[in-house]
Write a protein that binds this ligand. Structure first.
Ligand code: LLP
Length: 419
């Protein structure tokens, strides 16, 4: 459920008509609803209320905007970060260092050092050499770094192959059948407080069965590790719960997800962490855009909007569906292709889709753009970096400026020897 709705002839974000934002901020622009973020944060937590020692870390790759992080930090969400940049954002937004977990397959020595300096809560180790490097750095500081070992459970999550992470051939984690011996070796490192395991099998999961299979494998591993005499006190089950993008999509609810997680993890006797991203932020944002032209096409007209693949990459990268809705629908419908101005055929949001009839100058939105939207934007074709706006009731604020090509050019140099 979200707080974007048609009222008095115009699509509103909470109590603000989107035409007002378009007029003041221009288009394209991302618009987030604070109430929706807060609702999702609450509903996800409620779904997991049967789990006692629960920790929630928002996967900030989904939406690292500082205002968004602030809202979630106020709701008790920590942060799952995958780079020094994300760590800096989490800290800047007021997430306590102890509530930050550092994931990612390519952490650099510099990033590990910085994370030790600020005292983050947990390192999710991706392989043995990383564990040894971290142990060395921590021991040299007289520290013992809190860590868990990420395992690859070899489960097909049944999602798009580019966002599937838990199959044996993927780059993430250590093979689960090697994890036991590796855990033993790393647990002996004085610079590591190795305390458990982590998994994350993929994103936009619409079926709980693969998640359940993966969680069960983790349960078996915990039993083996304890049998070997290790203390297993922390388990991180990652993120991945999907959200509806198309009308009629049905996804497992946070309550169903929570019931499954509680059932499978019963008796584990650990601090349990989840790293939700999309399910918190996805439906809390739209990409507001203006139609530039309607151009005839062989089968259907092309609706050319001022947003493009550089602003919202998901359709061109994953053939993802984002619902398109006129801000002021006339009641008329049309079948059209929707494309952006970038000079690539892949800069297409939809082909042969039935949509509200729109013409040049009309405003529209792409829905469910709050996760993996602005964060994946680029400046390809020397376009501006898309701004972000947060709505709260009847007020709004620009929470990220539009970064114009002039600003980007100011960071470029033509060396003397070219002049
Ligand atoms: N934890 C880890 C270790 C992850 O790699 C991810 C996402 C998450 C948590 C959060 O997953 P979520 O709850 O959002 O599904 N750009 C793609 C999605 C990439 C997801 C990468 N990892 C997209 O637009 O669909």
């Amino acid at each position: 459920m979200d707080f974007f709705s048609q009222r008095a002839g115009s699509l509103h974000a909470e109590d603000v008509p989107l035409d007002r934002i378009a007029e003041a901020v221009g288009t394209p622009a991302y618009v987030y609803s604070r109430a929706t973020l807060e609702r999702h944060a609450r509903v996800f937590r409620d779904g997991l209320k049967q789990i006692e020692r629960l920790h929630l870390a928002f996967a900030i790759k989904a939406n690292p905007n500082l205002a968004v992080l602030r809202v979630l930090a106020d709701r008790g969400y920590g942060a799952d970060v995958v780079s020094g940049g994300e760590m800096a954002r989490a800290l800047a937004a007021g997430v306590p260092a102890r509530d930050i977990v550092f994931s990612g397959v390519g952490k650099t020595i510099g990033e590990l050092e910085r994370a030790l300096d600020v005292g983050i809560g947990q390192f999710n180790l991706e392989h043995e050499p990383e564990g040894r490097a971290l142990a060395g750095l921590a021991a040299a500081r007289g520290q013992s770094a809190p860590a868990v070992l990420r395992v690859n459970p070899d489960v097909d999550a049944g999602t798009h192959e580019k966002i599937s992470t838990g199959r044996a051939e993927n780059k993430f984690g250590v093979p689960i059948d090697e994890a036991r011996a590796m855990f033993g070796r790393l647990a002996a490192e004085p610079g590591l407080a190795l305390r458990g395991v982590a998994i994350h099998i993929g994103s936009q999961l619409g079926d709980l069965a693969p998640l359940e299979r993966a969680y069960r494998r983790v349960g078996e591993l915990i039993a083996m590790l304890r049998g070997d005499g290790h203390a297993v006190t922390h388990v991180d089950l990652g993120g991945g719960l999907g959200v509806p993008y198309r009308p009629g999509d049905v996804m497992p609810s946070p309550a169903e997800f929570g019931a499954m997680a509680a059932r499978v993890t019963q008796g584990w006797d650990v601090d349990l962490m989840f790293e939700p991203g999309r399910v918190i932020a996805g439906n809390a944002g739209v990409l507001l855009t203006r139609v530039i032209w309607v151009k005839p096409g062989i089968t259907h007209p092309y609706v050319i909007v001022d947003a493009a693949m550089n602003d919202l990459a998901r359709p061109s990268l994953y053939d993802a569906y984002h619902a398109f809705e006129a801000v002021r629908p006339s009641g008329d419908r049309m079948t059209a292709n929707i494309a952006g101005p970038v000079c690539e055929t892949g800069d297409t949001f939809a082909m042969g889709r039935e949509i509200d009839r729109v013409g040049p100058g009309d405003l529209a939105v792409f829905r469910t753009a709050g996760a993996y939207g602005a964060t994946m934007a680029s400046t390809y074709n020397s376009r501006a970096l898309v701004p972000e706006v947060m709505v709260d009731g009847d007020r709004y604020a620009v929470v990220a400026d539009r970064i114009r090509p002039e600003t980007i050019m100011a960071a470029e140099r033509v060396p003397d020897w070219l002049t």
